[in-house]
Design a protein around this ligand. Sequence first.
Ligand code: C5P
Length: 209
Amino acid sequence: MSVVGIVPAGGSGERLGADRPKAFVVCAGRPLVDWSLEVLESVCDRVVVAAPAAYLRPGWVEAGPSRSASVRNALAAAPEATTAVVHDAARPLVKRDLVERCMAALEPGIEGAIAAARMTDTVKEAAADRRVLRTLDRSVLWAVQTPQVFRADVLQRALERDEMALAAATDDASLVEDLGGTVRVVEAPPENIKVTRTADLHMVEALLC
Ligand code: C5P
């Protein structure tokens, strides 16, 4: 069994308004990506990061035009993988325990195990004119995060889609679901947040220091 960590780190981070790609913005003293890298390296046999060309380090691969294309590029560089642990560079608060719990949830008959937090907000569906259509039952809703752990062969098949389909996917699990794969949620702490805006970066820095 070979466990390969895949870290998509190719986003431009436009919403962050920084002078460099989001994963390379300095956060609590080091590039954002290094926090996730350290955790994944402690549980995986090796880690492949997909980064913009100007930021490549040895063993890394160039990012693709979308997040899923970046995951595809990184997985292609790890043909020995039997298990793929995908984790966004933008979630630096991930803990080793969460990665291990996702890996453990990949039991026979399960193709993917994904970190997710229970919804605490009320969630409503609204029309284009913002008229509320309905209130969803939040007791069965989960806010999905990474890590997302998959059987590597299944993830590889799930990623064999055209660039448009890859760009439309907001996570890897949805591509595995499209194949008919069974995916299970693993309860994760809500503080495993994704850095999107400047306020997120400040919050993460406060929690890391
Ligand atoms: O933009 P967003 O925060 O949703 O991106 C999630 C993750 O996907 C980030 O870690 C980002 O660096 C990565 N990404 C990528 N390649 C892209 C776009 C995003 O690796 N083309």
